[in-house]
Design a protein around this ligand. Structure first.
Ligand SMILES: Cc1ncc(COP(=O)(O)O)c(C=O)c1O
Length: 482
């Protein structure tokens, strides 16, 4: 395999060796008990401020050099090794992980994952209660964020949700596209310059070509300018281009900005254009008293992406796509299949989804909402919103730090450290700080380029993060900057 490391040859198979049957033996069951202790220890550990990224030691290097094992070893040994690997990896569940749009690995979700994997349900086909629970959980999620979905399902995340929604928008615009393709027709997709790259990827995969993406300018609040969207649609129509969809972002990855959804819904309604809202990161904040006003107009969109594995704290993968048209997903994805019987009262979800084999992702959100209740999620999101405001205030008041944006609409706070020496390049200086922070691991942040400036960019989407963890960002940035 190209690029694969030089692995040690496997140990020779002993003479007379009979390959064992798969499954656990009696002794292994004892090791299973230990697994739950390891989990409990890990969960306790996640509440402490220990470094995020212990170095890869010699023992781990030995493990990484091992070849394919021909025969097995006791579960306890393999679990020890697996824990070593996990402990030496960058874990988004830790409270001082502030990179990208992270996660939390909520314990109830972890337990649901273990149950779901054990039963290995495949939601491609009608799966009785599991299919009904997916429907119910989609309805709960829709009601939590305030989107009147009549159809939807769980996906691997925002990328697949955005692709699914834009496939539906293409289907609405060009009902013959599945057989005829674009057939020379040119289409346009309208979004802000800060739209997530998965939207561009979706456009590429749909055969539309990324030249069709009109990346439009921002207003001073970093939301896309709805006037620019309207003008771009009108100009395209006049030039014979068919407007396919406006993609609004409700929580941009770069700064957490929310596009003006109500104004965009007006632009789309007047012109008969599909409105998709990419709320993969931000949509859960629509359920909070603080951020709800930013999401006015969300209910007027045609489709919504929302990731429970981001700001609903569940372990990956748990995204969802919600739509308001009851028929469009079926029109987009259904095929005649001789190997899957179709019964009207027991529909196969695969006729409305991009994926075929699909795990029962809904159960982890269903279980978590039942155990904790929606108010606990609302409260945890409110705390993250307050933590972003706390950091913005600390940065603003600090003589050596400066925020790159105004008060955070959601939970991303891009900022810079100002070097002592005015001749030092400030962007290189901040890139260096982020590299040092990542190597050190006491707090883990990513860098980002905001308006051409290299920023330190923490994002708060972890229910374990405390205000002390937020203050540690300022301390650690100043410590490694010296
Ligand atoms: C706004 C937005 N959309 C889409 C995505 C892609 O989501 P995923 O990584 O779950 O596919 C992200 C990821 O951070 C995002 O922030």
């Amino acid at each position: 395999m190209q690029g694969s490391p030089d692995l040690k040859p496997p140990a020779p198979v002993p003479p007379g060796h009979v390959p064992p049957a798969l499954g656990l033996s009696g002794d292994d069951a004892i090791a299973l008990g230990r697994l739950s202790q390891e989990l409990a220890t890990a969960w306790r550990g996640f509440r402490t401020a220990r470094p995020d990224q212990p170095p890869i030691d010699d023992a781990l290097r030995g493990l990484l050099a091992e070849g394919l094992p021909a025969h097995g070893m006791p579960l306890a040994t393999a679990v020890d090794d697996a824990m070593h690997v996990l402990d030496s990896s960058i874990a988004q569940a830790r409270p001082r992980y502030f990179g990208f749009v992270g996660g939390s690995g909520l314990e109830t979700g972890v337990l649901a994952d273990a149950l779901v994997s054990s039963f290995d349900i495949n939601l491609a086909a009608w799966s009785a209660a599991a299919s009904e629970i997916e429907r119910q959980t989609v309805a709960w999620l829709a009601s939590f964020v305030g989107f009147p979905a009549v159809d939807g399902h769980f996906t691997s995340g925002g990328t697949v949700s955005n692709l699914t929604a834009l496939s539906a928008a293409r289907q609405r615009l060009l009902p013959d596209v599945r057989t005829s393709g674009l057939a020379g027709r040119r289409v346009g997709v309208y979004c802000s310059v800060e739209t997530h790259a998965s939207v561009v990827r979706a456009v590429e995969l749909l055969g539309i070509g990324s030249d069709a993406v009109r990346a439009l300018p921002l207003r001073s609040d970093r939301g896309v300018d709805p006037g620019a969207v309207a003008d771009a649609i009108d100009a395209d129509r006049a030039a014979g281009v068919l407007p396919m969809a406006v993609v609004a972002t409700a929580g941009t990855t770069l700064t957490g900005a929310v596009d003006p959804l109500d104004a965009l819904a007006g632009v789309c309604a007047e012109r008969g254009v599909w409105l998709h809202v990419d709320g993969a990161y931000g949509a859960p904040a629509a359920a909070t008293a603080t951020a709800a006003p930013l999401f006015r107009g969300l209910a007027r969109a045609d489709s919504l992406s929302v990731d429970a594995h981001k700001w609903l704290f569940l372990p990956k993968a748990c995204g969802a796509v919600l739509v308001r048209d009851p028929d469009v997903l079926r029109a987009t994805f259904a095929h005649d299949k001789s190997y899957m019987l179709e019964e009207e009262e027991h529909p196969n979800a695969v006729d409305r989804t991009l994926e075929y084999s699909r795990p029962f992702r809904a159960l982890k959100l269903w279980l978590a909402l039942r155990v904790h209740g929606a108010d606990a999620f609302r409260g945890a999101i409110e705390r993250n919103l307050a933590q972003a405001r706390l950091l913005h205030g600390l940065v603003d008041a600090h003589p050596r730090l400066r925020p790159l944006c105004g008060p955070p609409p959601l939970s991303v706070v891009p900022f810079q450290h100002v070097p002592d020496d005015p001749t030092t390049d400030i962007d290189d200086h901040n890139a260096r700080i982020v590299r040092r922070l990542q190597e050190d691991g006491r707090v883990w942040v990513a860098s980002a380029v905001v308006d051409g400036r290299t920023a330190i960019r923490p994002c708060f989407v972890n229910f374990r993060t405390t205000d002390d963890d937020v203050r540690a960002i300022v301390d650690e940035v100043c410590r490694v900057a010296e």
